[in-house]
Design a protein around this ligand. Structure first.
Ligand SMILES: Nc1ncnc2c1ncn2[C@@H]1O[C@H](COP(=O)(O)OP(=O)(O)O)[C@@H](O)[C@H]1O
Ligand SMILES: [Mg+2]
Length: 370
């Protein structure tokens, strides 16, 4: 049992509050990612879980036991650091079994673990090489192997793929998912890269300046962002944010926004009547705005807006387009590459009212997602 419960946890460096009353519960065997911008406290939280940093407030439970004061070496937790921290003068094999040797494991048992982990991570044949004689991707796998042979209950990975190029990183992501399925360990993965988090995790904890913005599955984070920060950080390109007011026009509820009147889907209208007259910020993903010409079927909740095309960024099958409304407001959207549009043209786009997220401009919280 390696469930992890973090309750109201806090960390200060001097007067600087780095982790602010954070709650998180991680199931045994779950793959959870801490996602957030650089400096938001991801590494600090990971090091607190590992026992490498003291906990200044709140409680940490590992497998049902309070762990605040359990020393690092007794926590059955292994950590892979961003730098990998391999010993340069030691062979791959000796790097991998180093931790087992320290623990005084029998040679025979050490070799059993080695025989298990080398094929698991595709490192067979490289046992006797030095770290400088293998590639970056292989070094990353050695670091992972070294953590796995310790047979930890919880595996902590701090931006392990950030030193790899795109192709290697994609391969390593698939591999990490496969390893997780095979070993079934609880994994806490840290990254600032939303695509990595979305690809691999069962749940993602979105962090901002030491606090938790949202903790949800990748699908729920994308479809139901609870804060403007979540909406901006998850998904690529980032969501558009357009100020407006919720109003009743001719008895119908609409969003009077800075790019015109926008329809909202029927299912949310009733509830939104309570918000009539309120200022909001509409969060709309570029993926939810399409060229009107590419859609024949129209829904009552679709709105049409005319934009000038300013920039087209080609992504092969589709393009990311920077459009501009007549008042100068930028609106980013996606367009299929077989459709007809070009720079400086005026185009009509369709905004799907079901996909407009509404935020309070003051609290930056979603007014509908609690
Ligand atoms: N040992 C330390 N002493 C003082 N401040 C620190 C220390 N370690 C980290 N910090 C500060 O704590 C904040 C969070 O850092 P960190 O956990 O490394 O963020 P992340 O891993 O999300 O980039 C940053 O503002 C950083 O400067
Ligand atoms: Mg870090």
């Amino acid at each position: 049992m390696s469930e992890l419960i973090i309750k109201n946890i806090q960390k200060f460096y001097g007067d600087h509050k780095v982790i602010d009353k954070l709650d998180l519960q991680i199931n045994s065997g779950e793959f959870v990612t801490l996602l957030g911008p650089s400096g938001c406290g991801k590494t600090t939280l990971l090091r607190m879980i590992a026992g490498l940093e003291t906990i200044d407030g709140g409680e940490l439970y590992i497998g049902g036991r309070k762990a605040n004061n359990i020393p690092a070496q007794k926590r059955r937790i292994a950590m892979v650091f961003q730098s990998y921290a391999l010993f340069p003068h030691m062979s791959v094999k000796n790097n991998i079994v180093f931790g087992l040797r320290i623990k005084g494991m029998e040679l025979h048992d050490m070799f059993t673990r080695l025989d298990w982990v080398l094929p698991l991570l595709g490192l067979e044949g490289l046992e006797n090489r030095l770290p400088r004689e293998i590639s970056g991707g292989q070094r990353q796998r050695v670091a992972l192997a070294r953590a796995l042979v310790l047979d930890p209950d919880v595996l902590l990975l701090d931006e392990p793929l950030s030193n790899l190029d795109t192709a290697l990183r994609e391969m390593a992501m698939e591999e990490l998912k496969r390893v997780h399925r095979q070993v079934g360990k609880t994994i806490i993965y840290v990254t600032h890269n939303q695509a990595e988090a979305m690809t691999m995790s069962e749940r993602i904890a979105v962090m901002n300046a030491g606090h938790l913005e949202q903790y949800d599955t990748p699908g729920a984070l994308y479809r139901h962002p609870r804060t403007m920060f979540s909406a901006e950080f998850i998904g690529s390109p980032s969501a558009n944010f357009i100020p407006g007011t919720i109003e009743i026009k001719n008895g119908e509820l609409v969003l009077n926004s800075e790019i015109g009147l926008l329809e909202i889907d029927e299912t949310r209208k009733d509830y939104l009547r309570n918000f009539s007259g309120r200022s909001v910020v509409a969060g709309i993903r570029p993926q939810d705005i399409i060229l009107s010409s590419t859609r024949t079927h129209r829904r009552a909740s679709d709105s049409h807006v005319t934009l000038g095309v300013e920039l087209i960024e080609n992504h092969g099958d589709r393009s990311f387009v920077l459009g501009r409304f007549e008042n100068g407001l930028p609106v980013r959207f996606m367009a299929a590459n077989d459709s007809d549009y070009r720079t400086d043209a005026r185009v009509e786009v369709l905004i799907d009212g079901r996909c407009i997220h509404l935020f309070d401009p003051e609290t930056r919280q979603n007014i509908l997602e609690k």
